[in-house]
Design a protein around this ligand. Structure first.
Ligand code: NAD
Length: 310
């Protein structure tokens, strides 16, 4: 199969590219390297350094490469940036997707796999773990709104132009290659600090919970989505809630340290709880997470022990 992966120089999609190549697919990567890096791009992939906001170039590349499937991971990923500049967010996350959908319609792409977000789409809910059927959906940030709008556009193109889609609503993904300098990616941020023997910094009381899913499990969800007949949106998480205090001490125990965490003032508007119901993924994608948090954190530590800061 020929698969075009957008955002393939980034954390999650560079692992997806590696796995697709291992499975002997032909892979084309489109990435503007705004947060991704060229060294993560598998040398067996054809690489275009292009912005998905550039409609002309995206049209030309997709028409020339004529992929069977588009795996769309390129995005502005910062919730905070989306709050300070919702227009920037919408240009990358909504207009960028529309450029891809319009040309996909023309060349009749067989499927689009989309990186959505379970955390931000549901926001704080009274139902944990949260199933896909949860209503009403009123995301708390422009980033969340752009992810939810993207799903609506995907559904529109599916209904009207018969382009099937799978929107994978990820929980909090962690693992090797995650950027430790971003605002999110708490596992990567803690790893870098603890490796330097600095205490983890926690916003507020640290009782806020997340559902941490290891990147190789997310990759396998993308592999299942390639061949599954399912179209629609599905949670990709573990169904297990972990609070930030427990996460920090779990990472510390792997490093053999026990530094008292520094508690900072709580972040305004920060979500309290997030945890995804994964039963639908088991049914429609035959997907279940295989790497538990302890194992995933050890694998992540191995990566960060040899991580070199630029
Ligand atoms: P990342 O920043 O490492 O990857 C995003 C990639 O997209 C980068 O390589 C970046 O250079 C590229 N990119 C950004 N804007 C672009 C543009 N306009 N044109 C072309 N390329 C562009 O982040 P990630 O964590 O790997 O996230 C990948 C996808 O998964 C994103 O869509 C993100 O919203 C989604 N997601 C991530 C998580 C998570 O926990 N990391 C959770 C839910 C959803």
């Amino acid at each position: 199969m020929k698969i075009l992966v957008t955002g393939g120089a980034g954390f999650i999609a560079s692992h997806i590219v590696d796995r697709f190549i291992q499975l002997e697919h032909d892979v084309v990567v489109v990435d503007n390297l705004s947060s991704g890096t060229k060294k993560f791009v598998n040398p067996k992939a054809v690489f275009y350094e292009v912005d998905i906001e550039d409609r002309g170039k995206i049209n030309d590349i997709i028409k020339k490469e004529h992929p069977d499937v588009i795996n769309h991971h390129a995005a502005q990923i910062s919730v905070r940036h989306s709050v300070t500049d919702p227009v920037f967010d919408a240009k990358a996350n909504i207009i960028g997707l529309l450029h891809i959908l319009e040309v996909s319609k023309e060349i009749k792409v067989a499927k689009i796999i989309f990186a959505s977000s379970g955390g931000v789409i549901y926001g704080d809910t009274d139902l944990i773990p949260t199933p896909e059927t949860y209503q009403p959906l009123f995301p708390l940030s422009p980033y969340g709104i752009s992810k939810l709008s993207s799903e609506k556009y995907l559904n529109y193109y599916y209904r009207n132009y018969q382009i099937p889609f799978v929107a994978l609503r990820y929980a909090n993904v962690y693992g090797p290659r995650q950027n430790p300098h971003g605002e999110a990616g708490v596992v990567a941020i803690f790893n870098l600090r603890i490796r330097k023997n600095l205490p983890p910094q926690i916003n507020g009381d640290g009782k806020q919970t997340r559902d941490y899913v290891y990147v190789s499990d997310v990759v396998e969800a993308n592999v299942s989505a390639l061949t599954s007949s399912f179209a629609g949106f599905v949670n990709i998480g573990t169904g297990i809630e972990t609070d930030v205090n427990a996460l920090a001490s779990g990472i510390q125990s792997i490093y053999g340290t026990n530094l008292p965490a520094e508690h900072k003032s709580p972040k305004e508007g920060e979500q309290h709880r997030s945890c995804l119901d994964r039963r639908l993924a088991k049914r429609v994608l035959k997907w279940e997470p295989k790497i538990d948090l302890q194992k995933g954190l050890s694998l992540t530590r191995e990566y960060f022990m040899s991580y070199e800061e630029e």
